[in-house]
Ligand binder design. Structure first.
Ligand code: GLN
Length: 593
């Protein structure tokens, strides 16, 4: 009898490529058996598919119950179920699981025997009543339909990068105000939230810090949403300044270069204050903006650090100088109250959030303005696109050009040591570590980004198909294998020699068979593509006499379809092989001149 692991993998393979044959599956199974871990989650998703495949008319909740129930008692352990759910990236605190968490809480309260709810065992009906309100999300999680299907594997790699960067003790904590100066240089946190709300956090992820310049893309997004890009860009440009973030400089139109530097952000604040919602009082406007930020963070409560605000205002000679310089050049909208605008800018810098919260803000930006957790449309997709474009070109102060080149994902840094990283359509990341490099970016944060991009193909210009040495965590590992076999066989059937070469360079096993045991050599021979047959035999050294499920060899295929050149080549190869002539002494290719 096949082991559980074996059956699971076979099932995954059947599921993910209709074109893969049992023989190849068994072959792959042998390979995977050594690397797979028999986790609850893997078992769960295997069994889920198993039921689906068998066409049993079970509802999803029943299937889930079957997966997790104890075979002897027939009861399901909540703890085991919650662990498996967490492994998919979902948290119990996810607002989309509100009802589920609510019922668990009630159960815990009703637990008079002192045991935690995790050890509670449920029968099918109780289990159904718990998960039914949120069955859609839970079912997607176990079907591995999230953007990062192998979430645990991905997190392991993130953790490795985290520890590597922790050793980096370069940089100095910002010291222009005492509140920032007091920050420990040892703080280091990384939080991730994907566009499907999968969460991962490590390190100091629950300590609030002031978001400082990470507020700039957010206020810019709000201004775009409220006023539209045309109005906003009457007042501020889209060019990198190539200068320091608080440099006393305007562009050739006497406008601030972009909204990611201080001058531009001050103007954006003046637009939100003066043009948008002009009827609101100062206090209302602050609440309104704070509320926007909170909605970006999935309706979590953010803080406001009054001491930082007061300090920022006191130590703001340069920002005031910038403000007056822009006043001289009539950069502000009409009716703007200069002092109030400056205060509003300092207030936005003094908003407090944790790494976890900022990662959710990033995920909202990665998800076109819809917060993955609250599912609320906070910003319009076109506003988000503009925000990301400028984060990409101007988000890292004077390092922006190099960062866009090396890392290639929209990112904004702040003097508190935070980095808001957005991988469009995938995830938001917040990195926080106070020591800054000479250009004002978090040393550990920048290193983390560089390491991340070395490993995963997240750079906007990484090729998703052919970046052979990088991992694409968006793909299911089995799906990738199955699709590659199908592509390989299509190339062979079409006589696409460059396509075959590409597969070989990508390190593919060129003798992999499809569902019917057909290999690239079978197809190239049957279609009479002698150059492909030659390439597969000589360069790839594929076995020449492999049989498909009907017992046919590539030579028999060529004979059936009368491809003389291929027949001669395969027969020569056959003779050589039986005489054991080394492969270097290749016969001439008949019909190839
Ligand atoms: N409060 C800071 C300032 O305006 C924010 C700048 C920053 O984070 N780079 O100077």
């Amino acid at each position: 009898m096949k082991s559980m692991v074996t059956r699971r993998i076979l099932n995954q393979i059947y599921k993910n490529s209709d074109a893969i044959n049992i023989r190849s599956s068994i072959k792959q199974t042998r390979k995977f058996c050594f690397v797979s871990k028999n986790t609850d989650l893997e078992n769960a998703s295997f069994q889920h598919e198993n039921y689906r495949q068998r066409g049993e008319n079970l509802h999803t909740d029943e299937v889930l119950f079957e997966m997790f129930k104890n075979k002897e008692t027939g009861l399901l352990s909540i703890g085991k179920f919650l662990n498996a759910l967490r492994a998919t990236g979902l948290r119990k605190t996810d607002p989309r699981l509100k009802e589920f968490a609510g019922i668990l809480k009630t159960m815990a309260k009703g637990n008079t025997d002192g045991y935690s709810v995790d050890v509670q065992k449920l029968n099918l009906n109780d289990f159904k009543s718990i998960i039914t309100p949120n069955i859609g999300l839970i079912s997607r999680a176990f079907r591995r339909q999230f953007i990062i299907p192998e979430f645990q594997e991905f997190c392991k790699q993130i953790e490795e990068i985290y520890w590597k960067c922790k050793e980096n003790t370069n940089g100095k904590v910002a010291s222009y105000i005492p509140q920032l100066k007091r920050m420990s240089p040892n703080y280091w946190g990384v939080s991730i939230c994907t566009i499907d709300g999968q969460r991962f956090s490590i390190g100091d992820v629950s300590i609030p810090f002031t978001i400082q310049s990470c507020s700039k893309p957010l206020t810019y997004g709000i201004a775009l949403d409220l006023l539209g890009s045309d109005v906003v860009h009457k007042y501020v440009g889209q060019e990198p300044s190539g200068r320091n973030f608080n440099e006393l400089i305007l562009d050739h139109n006497k406008k601030p270069h972009n909204p990611m530097i201080n001058a531009g952000a001050i103007i954006i604040c003046s637009l939100i204050k003066t043009i948008a919602r002009a009827e609101m009082s100062l206090a209302e406007k602050f609440d309104y903006t704070m509320n926007y930020f909170e909605r970006l963070a999935g309706n979590d409560d953010l803080g406001f650090n009054n001491a930082v605000f007061l300090s920022e205002r006191e130590c703001a000679d340069r920002n005031y100088a910038l403000g007056f310089y822009m006043k001289e050049h009539k950069c502000y909208p009409e009716n703007c109250t200069f002092k109030e605008c400056m205060d509003f800018y300092f207030q936005c810098c003094s908003l407090e959030a944790t790494c976890d919260q900022v990662s959710v803000m990033g995920s909202t930006l990665a998800n076109g303005g819809i917060c993955p957790l609250s599912e609320e449309k906070v910003l319009k997709p076109e506003s988000v696109r503009d925000v990301l474009s400028l984060m990409h070109s101007c988000g890292m102060y004077d390092y922006s050009g190099q960062f866009a080149f090396k890392v290639g994902v929209p990112t904004k840094s702040g003097v508190s040591g935070a980095l808001l990283v957005v991988i469009p359509n995938v995830m938001g990341i917040c990195l926080w570590s106070p020591p800054l490099d000479a250009l004002g970016n978090s040393c550990r944060g920048v290193q983390f980004c560089e390491e991340l991009i070395k490993k995963f193909n997240f750079h906007l210009y990484d090729n998703l198909k052919h970046a052979a040495n990088k991992v694409d965590p968006r793909k299911h590992k089995f799906e990738t294998k199955g699709l590659n076999v199908v592509n390989l066989l299509f190339s062979a059937a079409a006589g696409d020699l460059p396509g075959l070469r590409r597969h070989m360079l990508n390190g593919m096993d060129m003798s992999l068979p499809d569902y019917d045991g057909r290999t690239a050599l079978h197809l190239a021979a049957a279609e009479g593509h002698v150059n492909c047959v030659d390439f597969l035999l000589k360069q790839c050294q594929v076995p020449y006499d492999i049989r498909d499920r009907w017992g046919k060899t590539p030579l028999e295929e060529a004979l059936t379809f009368g491809h003389t050149a291929v027949i001669e080549l395969l027969q020569l190869w056959d003779e050589q092989a039986t005489r054991s002539i080394p492969a270097e002494e290749d016969p001439p290719i008949p019909g190839m001149g």
